[in-house]
Design a protein around this ligand. Structure first.
Ligand code: NAD
Length: 262
């Protein structure tokens, strides 16, 4: 697996769920980190200090709001100022909203496109000059099975995730001769706060009980009938950071229990 000692990674949305697992996996491999995301300041400081204590790396926190291009550029600049370079960028922050398209609140559409798609563009735009100059880089975008297939009532999320798959391919082609890879990981359902939070809305939109949403909607899509774990997703990201993965670029890597094979 990858040894990342001396490398720096920026992981957006790393105060929870999959992003937190990415942060722990990269720190475990020796990378210094810029963590980012929303949450209670005391909890975030506990996470930051815990990563330093558990893995002996240096970790700084950027409060950048993924809705704001200038703050995203500043998050990357913080990494470059603190550590001299940003070698790995994981675009992971994301939100979800479930509603019939005709009732979909316009501000929710705008926020999902901004946080789940445009923020990755802003981050990539900021890290690429340094990565090109140094001739090494890894850009990993958390997409979703919804980058390949759709579900009803998730129009903004599906549009953003299809968009991120396209952005991944385009950036990969631009950077192919610079030692920089760009890939996306497409998990199926991973048990995180994001999934837990959408259960009440799905219950309402489809008129189902909580158990029916879990078994008939969420795990219905996944032939293995099991949730993906955050650590499994993080392990794939770690592999993509290794030299063994240097010829994987522009790929959309599914980890969805067979969902998109159907
Ligand atoms: P989560 O809700 O546990 O974590 C989301 C993270 O994004 C949090 O750290 C949150 O603070 C951060 N975030 C949200 N809005 C932000 C903003 N404006 N600025 C900065 N940070 C912000 O969710 P998760 O399930 O870990 O999701 C992480 C990524 O994985 C998302 O892109 C999501 O679409 C994707 N994904 C999740 C699943 C799943 O089943 N959980 C499946 C496929 C893809």
């Amino acid at each position: 697996m990858a040894t990342l000692t001396g490398k720096t990674a920026v992981v957006t949305g790393s105060t929870s769920g999959i992003g937190l697992a990415y942060a722990r996996a990269l720190a475990g491999a020796g990378a210094n980190l810029v963590i980012n995301g929303m949450g209670d300041p005391d909890d975030i400081e506990r996470e930051r200090a815990g990563l330093e204590r558990d893995f002996g790396v240096t970790v700084v926190y950027s409060p950048a709001d993924m809705l704001k291009a200038a703050e995203i550029a500043e998050m990357v600049a913080l990494g470059e100022r603190t550590f001299g370079a940003v070698d790995i960028l994981i675009n992971n922050a994301g939100i979800q909203f479930v509603s019939p398209v005709e009732d979909f609140p316009i501000e929710k559409w705008d926020a999902i496109i901004a946080i789940n798609l445009s923020s990755a563009f802003h981050g990539i735009r900021a890290v690429v000059p340094g990565m090109k100059k140094r001739g090494w880089g890894r850009i990993i975008n958390t997409a979703s099975a919804h980058s390949l297939v759709a579900s009803p009532f998730k129009s903004a999320y599906v549009a953003a995730k299809h968009g991120i798959a396209g952005l991944t391919k385009s950036v990969a082609l631009e950077l192919a001769t610079f030692g920089v890879t760009c890939n996306c990981i497409s998990p199926g359902y991973v048990w995180t706060p994001l999934v837990e939070r959408q259960i009440p809305d799905t219950m309402k939109a489809r008129n189902l009980s909580k158990e029916q949403v879990i078994n008939d909607v969420l795990l219905h899509a996944q032939p293995t009938k099991q949730f993906v774990t955050v650590d499994q997703v993080a392990s794939l990201a770690l592999f993509l950071c290794s030299d063994a993965a240097s010829q994987i670029t522009g790929a959309n890597l599914s980890m969805d229990g067979g969902w998109t094979a159907a």
